[in-house]
Design a protein around this ligand. Sequence first.
Ligand SMILES: [Zn+2]
Ligand SMILES: [Zn+2]
Length: 173
Amino acid sequence: MTSRTTADKSKPFFPLAGLARDGWSNEDEATATCFCGAVQLAFPTQGPGLVGTFICHCPDCHKITASMFASNFTVADTHLKHLRGRDNLKTFSQNITIIDGHTMTNYFCSTCGSLMYRVGSAFPGMSILRIGTVDDFHLHETKLKPTVEQYIEYRESWLGAVEGLKQVEGSSL
Ligand SMILES: [Zn+2]
Ligand SMILES: [Zn+2]
């Protein structure tokens, strides 16, 4: 078995991760699938459809991920495809967020709870997907590698800055 550190990152890599076995990636597009496999999206892996990639340390992302930060990428809605399970997505909206007065809506799988994307009234025409739901794990390190860390004023002191990433207080979007 090839080790993760020496593997050719230009080749797809689909580890055992949830129930779906039909994730894929090609030159221009790849899939993101929820943990149970009911919801599957396809998205572009380059611009203009792929708008940006970032790590977010904001308080919302702490709660949403039940962890310390979120790893996100932004896709133009014109380029986002729902391959299956769109009617299995539930939404949760609220407007008491880090960006005051703007509504943020979470779209999550109603079966397994995976958060697939967020949509915000402050960011019209785009959806904010989660890098961790992308089936080809090598894309996490290549085309989808974050370029920015934002809301770094909320980053835990034991968590260092990622080398080479732009460091931004507040929103980078
Ligand atoms: Zn699911
Ligand atoms: Zn955030």
